[in-house]
Every structure is written in structure tokens, then in C-alpha cells.
Design a binder for this molecule. Structure first.
Ligand SMILES: O=C(O)CCC(=O)C(=O)O
Ligand SMILES: [Fe+2]
Length: 173
């Protein structure tokens, strides 16, 4: 976040008091090798943006991997570079920058059928989320004079809670 502050021409410690009690989460995902062909359009993980400030991801280079949407609206495979992490911008960073930095829309696709047997994939995903009560509103310089910010002010906790509620799967009746 210090690097993000510098990239935004802000003091290095700009975000410090919004992340000193951060509510980050580490998730481990196991994508087993599929034993039956996927249904048309079926994905390993549906298209979404992560909710927090940034995500740091480590994953295996297996068939059926991560894709991101580029600015032309096309899905692109994310190369897995040895000894490197993948870093995604989350929705709270997009809100802080008034969409000057876009939240990374991403998904995980199924492997081609002929590679299904060797496609088991593990991901370690660190979701960095600021303090529960950290206010998140468009930084003044990201809003053009006379224009309204794209998003109303929120807090880290409120945004996360709203997104968890919105995406919760209803229990089977
Ligand atoms: O497994 C991956 O490569 C991505 C997982 C992901 O996007 C997520 O858990 O939010
Ligand atoms: Fe994600």
C-alpha cells in the first residue's frame, strides 16, 4: 500500500492508518481435475472482482487457469511466471481512485478435455482488506472539478459485508 500511495503521488504513509488493523483473509483453493466434461459455459471460478484493496496470488501453472479482462473487453490468460506473484487491484482501490485504477475482472476457466487429467490446481490467495472502519472515498485529485465521484463513500467493512451478502448463495429449500 506504500507503493500504491507513491504511485498516486501521495505521501508513502498515506494509507498507514487505514491498514494498521487490517481485516485481510488468506484463502486456499483446490481445483480438482474434472472427471466429467464441463457444461457449456461452466467455469472453475466465475467472473468477479475482488472486494478489498489488493490481492496477492500464488498459483500453479496448470491447464484451465486464470484469465483477466483487458481494456478491450477480451479475456486474456495470465502467464504464471516462476517465483512471481500475481497482484490484482480490488474494488476498494478502484473506489479510492474513482476508477482511475480499475478493479481487475478475472475468472478461472476449465481445462481442455484432453488435458483434464493433469489439471489439478491449487491457489493461495491473500486478500488485503483495510481496517473494518477505514473510510474509503474518492481521493480529491481523482475527481474532475464539477463532477461527482462515481461511488458514494463507504468503509472497508461495510463494502465487504455488502458484497458478501450480495453474493451469498441461498441455502437449498
Ligand atoms: O485461483 C485463482 O487463480 C483465482 C481465485 C480467485 O479469483 C479468488 O479466490 O478470488
Ligand atoms: Fe478473485
Amino acid at each position: 500500500m506504500a507503493m500504491f500511495a507513491l504511485a498516486l503521488d501521495l505521501p508513502e504513509d498515506f494509507f498507514a492508518d487505514t491498514i494498521d488493523r487490517h481485516i485481510s483473509r488468506l484463502r486456499v483453493r483446490n481445483y480438482p481435475a474434472p472427471t466429467v466434461p464441463p457444461k457449456p459455459g461452466q467455469l472453475r471460478a466465475g467472473a468477479h472482482c475482488d472486494y478489498g484493496s489488493l490481492t496477492i496470488l500464488r498459483t500453479k501453472d496448470k491447464p484451465g487457469g486464470l484469465q483477466v479482462m483487458n481494456t478491450e473487453g477480451e479475456w486474456r490468460d495470465v502467464p504464471i511466471v516462476p517465483d512471481c506473484f500475481i497482484v490484482n487491484i480490488g474494488e476498494l482501490m478502484a473506489r479510492w481512485t474513482n476508477d482511475t485504477w480499475k478493479a481487475t475482472l478475472h475468472r478461472v476457466v476449465n481445462p481442455p478435455q484432453e488435458k483434464a487429467a493433469i489439471s489439478r490446481r491449487l491457489s493461495l490467495i491473500f486478500f488485503h482488506n483495510p481496517n473494518y472502519d477505514a473510510p474509503v472515498a474518492a481521493l480529491p485529485r481523482t475527481v474532475r472539478p464539477g463532477e461527482a465521484p462515481k461511488y458514494p463513500p463507504t468503509t472497508s467493512g461495510e463494502h465487504l459485508r455488502a458484497q458478501f451478502v450480495r453474493t451469498q448463495v441461498a441455502p437449498a429449500a
